[in-house]
Design a protein around this ligand. Structure first.
Ligand SMILES: Cc1cc2nc3c(=O)[nH]c(=O)nc-3n(C[C@H](O)[C@H](O)[C@H](O)COP(=O)(O)OP(=O)(O)OC[C@H]3O[C@@H](n4cnc5c(N)ncnc54)[C@H](O)[C@@H]3O)c2cc1C
Length: 412
């Protein structure tokens, strides 16, 4: 029996945070597009069976004003308002050293720096929207086993035996992408020897919109305001220490955490499910190939220190959606060399800047040198008192304010 072949305009491999957002964004900009979504995990769109999804898990992500604004314009925010909380104030401090900086959105002319959103309900909502969309075909669970580029199209063979022909292949299957490898794109990995332990907390005092980023000798610790008065913890530790704290009872875990985090939110009363993520920097040598684009974590995986990963992936998505929209208006090929060249030229500088900034910040605050500790403390003290320094730091450092190429979108 011959394998079935499906013809679509675009195949997106990986329907996680970035791939799913891209699919939906494309359909808002160019409703006639036909899209195939290939994902390694079974299609999940209800709370009951969406536990353990690799992308839509128990994390809460800090989303920049740009990201939130785009999700709103694409109709992806409605119904999620009670799953999000605004960040109105940020405190950055260095444990064991003087100097802390307090940044206030209001003083910088914005209502908030961004919003903290739970990704599981977002995943359920967007997956439900995409699974009932007439222009979308799902292949899940399935993976790509072969990619055969041709002049006018790219042909993919899936593990199920199904064949897909498309004008453009988008690779969004995350940091461990296997589709990227099939395009001959090389990824370089630089482990940080740190693991992020995440959990949701209930604390004695209300967060009132405050986010706390604290640098410790083991790694950074972030407390982010969540909906329902909860606080989201991202605690970066050496791999050994992370394994140890994961074994602790809730009471012991809270006691250890309280020592490091301090009492900014009073006593920690309750901790929810804990998950851990080994951290590394990953970059690819190319982000485009013949009729193919690699984006999101498949193109750049970052340390979560500054909450940049999905915000950067969103800017990949916005750029590609806009280029495809423009190409479609003049009826030109959406997989053309010219379109891919424009995508590469527009995205590379931003990706490079964010990768360097995040990596540099991580190394600066992980270094135990006393001289560096002194400059960090002085830097934080300066940031506290020199208001003109605060806006650029908030923009780059926290990834929470719209960036220059997107200026014009007002913060929420
Ligand atoms: C602890 C932590 C905290 C973070 N905090 C923030 C934050 O505050 N703000 C922020 O902006 N970012 C943050 N990030 C980064 C953010 O989570 C990622 O940038 C984002 O999830 C990347 O989405 P993605 O869709 O590119 O990749 P993924 O989320 O990895 O999704 C990949 C998708 O591809 C599928 N897949 C995998 N392999 C295959 C295959 N072979 N074939 C087909 N499909 C496949 C998976 O099932 C999944 O659906 C954080 C990350 C971590 C680890």
């Amino acid at each position: 029996m011959s394998a079935q072949t499906t013809q679509v305009d675009i195949v997106i491999v990986g329907a996680g945070m970035v791939g799913a957002t891209l699919a939906w964004g494309l359909l808002q900009a160019v409703p006639e597009l036909t899209i195939a979504l290939v994902d390694g995990s079974a299609l999940k769109s209800s709370a009951q069976n969406s536990d353990n999804h690799p992308s839509f898990d128990h994390r809460a992500l800090a989303l920049s004003a740009n990201t939130v604004g785009q999700l709103q314009r694409w109709g992806l925010w409605s119904g999620l308002g009670d799953k999000a909380a605004p960040i109105t104030d940020i405190q950055v401090s260095d444990r064991g050293h003087f100097g802390a900086a307090n940044l206030h959105a209001e003083k910088l002319g914005a209502r908030c720096f961004g919003q903290v959103l739970e990704v599981q309900p977002f995943g359920e909502s967007i997956t439900a929207k995409l699974s009932s969309h007439p222009q979308v075909q799902w292949f899940a669970p399935d993976t790509v086993v072969a990619v055969a580029p041709a002049v006018e199209l790219t042909q993919l063979t899936l593990a199920s035996g199904h064949r897909l022909n498309c004008q453009l292949l988008v690779v969004a299957d995350g940091g461990k992408s296997t589709t990227r490898d099939k395009l001959g794109i090389t990824a370089s990995f630089y482990p940080y020897e740190q693991t992020a332990v995440i959990a949701n907390l209930m604390c004695e005092q209300p967060h009132n919109g405050w986010a706390f980023e604290r640098f410790t000798s083991q790694g950074p610790l972030a407390l982010l305001p969540m909906s329902g008065g909860r606080t989201s913890l991202v605690w970066c530790l050496s791999a050994e220490r992370a394994a140890e704290v994961q074994q602790l009872s809730d009471t012991q875990f809270i006691a250890e955490l309280q020592q490091v985090a301090g009492y900014r939110l009073g006593r920690i009363n309750k901790v929810g499910q804990r998950d851990s993520y080994p951290l590394q920097l990953m970059r690819t040598d190319h982000i485009v190939r013949h009729r193919s684009v690699v984006l999101g974590n498949a193109a750049h995986a970052l340390h979560p220190i500054a909450g940049q990963g999905f915000n950067l992936g969103m800017r990949d998505v916005q750029c590609l959606v806009e280029l495809i929209r423009q190409a479609k208006t003049v009826n030109s090929d959406i997989g053309s060399y010219e379109l891919l060249r424009q995508y590469r030229d527009q995205r590379e500088p931003d990706i490079q800047q964010v990768v360097q900034f995040t990596d540099g910040l991580c190394r600066l605050f992980s270094n135990r040198s006393r001289v560096l500790a002194l400059s960090r403390s002085s830097g934080l003290a300066a940031l506290q008192f020199i208001t003109p320094l605060q806006k650029p730091v908030a923009e780059l450092g926290m990834g929470l304010v719209a960036r220059s190429f997107l200026s014009g979108h007002s913060p929420t």
